[in-house]
Design a binder for this molecule. Structure first.
Ligand code: GLU
Length: 314
């Protein structure tokens, strides 16, 4: 499709861009350019304890240095509380969100009593203690968090198609449980904010790292509950360290050296399966490579004789 395409890069300002986030930035930019669409940057600064002051400015200047310029002024999620408040109110009114007074310790104890000790991705599948049909807060204490009631979602088994990963399926109720929309510390949860803002900004295509693919079914459930149109999804390959583990800001992944933006972008392009052969004596290497990759993104077979299948990456 052309024209109506709107994509975005949505970094959390917990530090400068790392190699993995540069891949997501480049992929989302290329996909927007290849579709003749618009590309937005949204700073996801809702997890206040994890945000690093000034990291947003650093990220925006890193993107600029790479020639990845948004088509509209960047937005900040910290300015969007009223919209998240409104979405939560609608979910509460529809019986799809309820307050929860459980501490992590209490959740662990309930699960342990059921013989469940294993946390999924470090997150516990909430046992439903505070569900309204089970007595709500049981008159215990004031609410701590607000959860999405997966049992009210109709069928919480979500089937979806990723442009790279293909057909996927997740039983959100069983595998994730009633997930948090607003945290006990008052911060908005990523799941709610991302869904509200993707709809607000008219995003047609979400292009982001594969580490976030597991969140997609939760976001689809929220889109359905709020009556929002789902975007298309494309989850890009992760950058792996020498130990085979994914790189992230959390494990101290080195920031790409943006004194040489072409080299940093070439590393990112390699992850996306794009060619990075020496360009020879090109005047503006940044413009040369971004144009070459955009053309290759449109037609992944350019110069290979292979049939066209979509984005170049495997
Ligand atoms: N803010 C999220 C992150 O940096 C990305 C959100 C998204 O692309 O959906 O991990």
């Amino acid at each position: 499709m052309t024209g109506g395409y709107r994509g975005r890069f949505a970094p959390s300002p917990t530090g400068p861009l790392h190699a993995g986030s540069l891949v997501a930035a480049l992929a989302s930019w290329l996909d927007a350019r290849a579709h003749g669409g618009r590309w937005l940057v949204r700073v996801e600064d809702i997890d206040r304890p994890r945000c690093v002051p000034g990291a947003d400015t650093v990220i925006l200047s890193q993107l600029e240095r790479c020639g990845l310029l948004p088509d509209e002024p960047p937005s900040w999620q910290s300015a969007r509380s009223a919209a998240y408040e409104d979405a939560l109110a609608r979910l509460i009114a529809g019986g799809q969100s309820y307050p929860c007074a459980c501490s992590r310790r209490e959740i662990e104890d309930v699960l342990a009593a059921r013989g469940i000790a294993r946390a999924r991705h470090g997150e516990l599948v909430y046992p439903g203690t505070c569900r309204p049909e089970r007595g709500g807060l049981h008159g215990r204490r004031s609410a701590r968090a607000w959860r999405f009631h997966t049992g009210r979602a109709g069928d919480a088994v979500v089937a979806w198609t990723d442009r790279r990963l293909g057909d996927r399926r997740q039983d959100v109720a069983a595998e994730v449980g009633d997930f948090v929309l607003r945290r006990a510390d008052g911060c908005w949860a990523y799941q709610l904010a991302v869904v509200v803002d993707d709809a607000w900004q008219g995003i047609t295509d979400v292009v982001r790292g594969e580490d976030l693919a597991d969140n997609t079914p939760r976001q689809i459930l929220l889109q359905q509950a709020l009556g929002l149109a789902p975007p298309r999804w494309l989850h890009t390959p992760l950058v792996l360290g020498a130990d085979g583990q994914k790189l992230s800001k959390q494990n101290g992944a080195a920031a790409p050296d943006l004194r040489d933006p072409v080299a940093a972008l070439q590393s990112a392009a390699t992850v996306l399966g794009l060619p990075v052969a020496a360009a020879g004596n090109v005047g503006d290497a940044l413009a040369f490579w971004t144009a070459a990759w955009r053309d290759r993104w449109v037609d992944p077979t350019a110069g290979t004789g292979r049939p066209t299948t979509g984005p170049a990456m495997a």
